[in-house]
Ligand binder design. Structure first.
Ligand code: TRP
Length: 400
């Protein structure tokens, strides 16, 4: 596929396109190829803010990929972080919301197949080294650079922060650089909206290494492979799933609720009678099928069609009703979500066990971050009591 056709296709999915995104997508594909060639040499780090239960957008955008990568054996180390400190940057007045969602996010992780034997799940604020790193990295970033961050810009708008951005929120890209570099992560699987954070991290790494000597690892982003997964719309067809819009399908939702939501999904408003030709652009049901369905699902639930292309062709020609397509999507989603729901129910019966997983994971994470922090301080020459040269050099200086 040429760059031009790739650009058109991604634009058709409704995403803001830029040269920098396409370059990142290319790098991301190259990163994936490298992982497959050199298994066992990489470190993955990623995470989510605990502000609510996770939904199917999180799943196709990152969670599903994490589990596949975890099970591929390509990673030597995997860290999955519950980013509570970051969540507090725009929830300072709602600590209870953050506290209550720690367990929800942990349960969603475990339910999706994150395996605590293979992946370290931890809570960001339980690793105070991350805050200390952030303080030093702040010296390497300018205010105008943060103001240009497109994700921060759009979040400022969404949260009506125009006139009163908390400093902590404004600087969260720097704190995210600490999260990534503290674990020497080589690979960060996240959604497209996190691309500016990775770019900011890479700049900090380059600057740090140039000023203080080669210390930090330069990470690469791993973007979702399928364009429908880049930004899964809400069931109302709105650009993004969000709790406040009430347009999410949650991973922990009951079978009946998932079905109800699928049956109410936004399709093509001009597709009134079954005979009418239908539009695929902006048709949420088809976007979800792009993200979730495979040929196996057709064989199982809709054998009249070999694959999604055949179904789409029929819809465009006319003669295929929305209800039939929605029922198929419901079958596909239920197949994917029911093992997740069942595993979550099991873990819910063992909250003490989940608590132990988080506690243990946070201890392991803190040890790793402390090691990196001591390397950072040594590179910056502010490790006075771990550096015998400091005392010698000062004695000598004052003896002269
Ligand atoms: N910003 C991410 C989100 O909104 C969460 C996050 C915090 C993260 N630190 C990270 C993701 C480091 C990847 C790497 O979901």
């Amino acid at each position: 596929m040429t760059d031009d056709t790739q650009e058109q296709q991604i634009t058709a999915a409704g995403n803001e396109m830029s040269a920098s995104f396409l370059a990142a997508k290319k790098r991301s594909d190259a990163t994936l190829a490298k992982l497959e060639e050199n298994p066992g040499k990489f470190t993955m780090l990623t995470g989510d803010r605990p502000t609510g239960k996770l939904h199917v957008g999180h799943y196709v955008g990152s969670l599903r990929r994490r589990v596949e990568l975890q099970n591929s054996g390509e990673f030597d180390k995997i860290y999955i972080m519950i980013a509570d400190a970051q969540a507090l940057t725009d929830n300072a007045e709602h600590p209870e919301k953050v506290r209550q969602n720690i367990m929800n996010v942990a349960l969603d992780y475990l339910a999706c197949g994150i395996d605590p034997e293979k992946s370290t799940i931890f809570i960001q604020s339980m690793v105070p080294e991350l805050t200390e790193l952030t303080f030093y990295y702040m010296n390497l970033v300018t205010v105008s650079r943060l103001q240009r961050n497109p994700t921060v810009k759009s979040e400022i708008q969404m949260r009506n922060f125009e006139a009163s951005i908390p400093v902590g929120f404004f600087t969260y890209p720097i704190s995210q650089a600490s999260d990534i570099t503290a674990f020497k992560a080589t690979t960060v699987p996240v959604g497209e909206d996190q691309l500016p954070m990775l770019e900011q991290t890479k700049e900090i790494v380059h600057k740090f290494n140039a000023v203080y000597g080669e210390t930090l690892v330069d990470p690469e982003i791993l973007l979702p492979s399928n364009k429908a997964c880049l930004r899964l719309p809400g069931i109302d067809g709105k650009a993004k799933m969000s709790k406040s819009l009430g347009n999410c399908i949650y991973l922990s939702e009951s079978e009946a609720d998932v079905k109800k939501k699928v049956m109410s999904m936004f399709t093509d408003p001009d597709h009134i009678r079954i005979e009418d030709p239908g539009k695929l652009e902006g048709n949420t049901v088809f976007t979800y099928l792009d993200a979730f369905s495979n040929e196996g699902h057709f064989a199982e639930y809709l054998p009249e069609y070999a694959n999604l292309d055949e179904l789409k062709d029929h819809y465009k020609r006319g003669g295929l009703g929305d209800v039939k397509v929605k029922k198929f999507l419901n079958n596909v989603l239920q197949e994917e979500l029911s093992p997740i729901r069942a595993r979550r129910a099991e873990y819910e019966k063992n909250i003490e066990g989940v608590y132990e997983i988080l506690k243990k994971g946070s201890e392991v994470a803190a040890e790793t971050a402390a090691q990196t922090l001591s390397e950072v301080k040594a590179a910056m020459k502010i490790n006075y009591f771990d550096d015998p040269a400091f005392l010698e050099e000062q004695i000598q200086k004052f003896n002269e």
